[in-house]
Each structure stands twice: as C-alpha cells, then as structure tokens.
Design a protein around this ligand. Sequence first.
Ligand code: ADP
Length: 365
Amino acid sequence: MAAKHKIIIIDDEDVVLDSCTQILEGNNYTVVTASNGTQGLKLVEEVDPDLVFVDLKMPGISGTEVLEKIAHTDPTIATVVITGYATIDSAVEAMKKGAYDFLPKPFTPDEFRMITRRGLERRRLLQETIALRKEKEVLRDNYAAIVSHELKAPLVAIQQNLYALLGEQSDNLTKSQKDRLERMKSRIDDLNKLILSWLRVLSVDINNIKGSFTNLRVQTLISKALESVEPHAIRKDIEIVTTIDDPNSSILGDEVSFTEALVNIIGNAVKYSYASSKVFVTVKGKDVVIEIEISDSGIGIPKDELANIFTDFYRGKSGQVVEGSHGLGLTISRRIVEVHGGTIAVESEPGKGTTFIIKVPALTI
Ligand code: ADP
C-alpha cells in the first residue's frame, strides 16, 4: 500500500481543526493539527508533511510568517491558506509569498477535499520535477565522464601513435600511403574537436571562466578569431571585411572562450555564405555597451528555424547538409557571451543573409 500522505492543519479555531480532520478521516491521509504558528512549525520539522493548511489570522506568529518559514524549510511542501472572505487580499499576498492555493471560510467538505487533492498533486509534481532534474544531472555527469575518459583518451592515443608513425616512417611510405595516413589524421582531428564541443556543452565549467577574466581589446579578439576562420574563407573566396569604431574598445573577459564564440559565429557566416561573397564584422560603441555585428549575405535562416538555432544539437536544414556541422556552436557561443554579461540576437532573411549581434558590457578604463 502506498505511504499515507501527511497533512498538517494550523488554525486557532478548534472547530476548524476538528471538522477538517473529520472530513479527511478514513482516506489515505495522516492528519495532525496545531492551534498556533509556533506549534505548527514544530510539527512541520517533525512530520515532514506533504501539505500544510495555514490560517492567516492567528494570534502570535502570523500565517504569512509560517508560510515563509515552510518555504524556507522545504519549498516542495504544498501550502494552502485558510482565510475569511474579508482577507482575500491578504490571501493573494500570501500566494505571492509561495502559498499554492487558498481556501475561503466557510467551505464545504467537497471543496476541502478537492483543494487537498490539488495540493497533494502539486507536491507530487514538484517532487517529480526535482527527481527528474537530479536524474538529468547524474546522466549528464556520467555522460561527460564517458565521453572524456572512454572516447577522448583512446583517440588521443591513436592520434599520438599516428603522428609518431608518420614521423618515423616518412621516408619509407609511398605517396598514396602518406595521403591515407594524412586523411586519418584529419578525421581524428575532426573527432577530437567534436568531443571537445560535447564536453563544452555538457560541462558546467563555462561559469568557472569568470575566475580568469582580464581586460581584453575587442580588436585582438577579432584578429585571433579571424586567424582560425580565414583559411576556410580563402578556400571559398570570401572576403571578411572588418570595421572597428575604436581600436581601444575593451571588455572584461576570458580570451580563449570569447574568441571561441567569435570563431563559431564568424565561421558560420563563412560556412553558410555563397562562394565569392563578403562577410562583415563590425564593432560599434565603446563606452557602455560594445556591439559586435557579424553579417553575411548567405543562405539565411527560415523563420521556423530561428527560434531553435541556439538549442543543443539543433541543425537547421542547411546545417544538415554542410560538412562539420554538429549544432553545438551557437549553444556554446550563447553561453559564453552570457557569462560575459552579454546577449546574442539574430536577424535573418532566407536567401538574403544573416546578422548576429553580440552585445557585451564595455570596459571603461
Ligand atoms: P552547426 O554546427 O550546425 O553550424 P550551430 O549551432 O553553429 O551549429 O548553428 C545551428 C544552425 O543554425 C545551423 O545548423 C544552421 O542551420 C543555422 N545557422 C547558424 N548560423 C547561420 C548563418 N550565418 N547562416 C545561415 N544559417 C545559420
């Protein structure tokens, strides 16, 4: 048989306590009562209830205070305020303070039973949500551990051996053998990058980069990002045009991560642009907010995809046909920008192009 639900009723009127106990008797409930707030809170500690009814108007410690203390002890305990019609306003106030529902006096047994069922359902849902969240965290941690230990470690070993083999045997290999080994090297590099992106998404460490924030010039960040992106741009004959209002514009941040975000977004602009076109990187503002705009005249993003592009592993139709697309770049970039106190917005028109706008607080020196 399922465990009995534990209910506490706190009210200074004995008649309310007696009638409520009677109404719930015989059901699968354990009902205990208290005639003031102090006693009630003591019971909450002892009983660990699922649901607590609290009268708002009691002598001594007030109903609102009782509610606050219960919410502090365990926010999953459902609380229902019992109130006279004259104090509906304070019931609304109490609900703002965390009470789940309210029960105006006088009430019928059916109303009381219904509110009890609703309160218990609320408690069940809250507990279920917490359990699921915990389960998700455990899964994520395990997954991160599996990816980093079981996948990354052997891959690094393969990579190192391959590099050594290529170095040692370089004089003895035919051209086609060398080409094949080079292709293996390149695929392993891709896999390594993918694993690193997974770990970035899974791990909570993005928040930890705050500890290593230093003063960074935006110009330097963009130059570093362009170093990574330019080989691809050259292959597609795409010119990246950079305009920076003030070369001294600076932010407080983590150089490696912020560059990573820029590489993802400028890299996308190149990836989703037509050959022989231009990508514009423009930096505006310097005093309060710095705006970095990355604009392409590529294939654009359909309206129904726009809302999803910052979701983990989401790839738009265009992303699904482009090589090296994993749907992680924008998720990671957004998190990085947010840790820097900034935002990313996007505007796009299919067939015309896309503009990403990053806004970050400026460092005023
Ligand atoms: P991916 O590795 O798929 O590029 P992202 O998270 O970087 O992953 O991007 C998610 C999706 O957003 C892509 O699959 C693509 O459909 C779309 N996208 C991102 N940037 C652009 C852009 N500049 N132009 C067109 N589509 C883009």
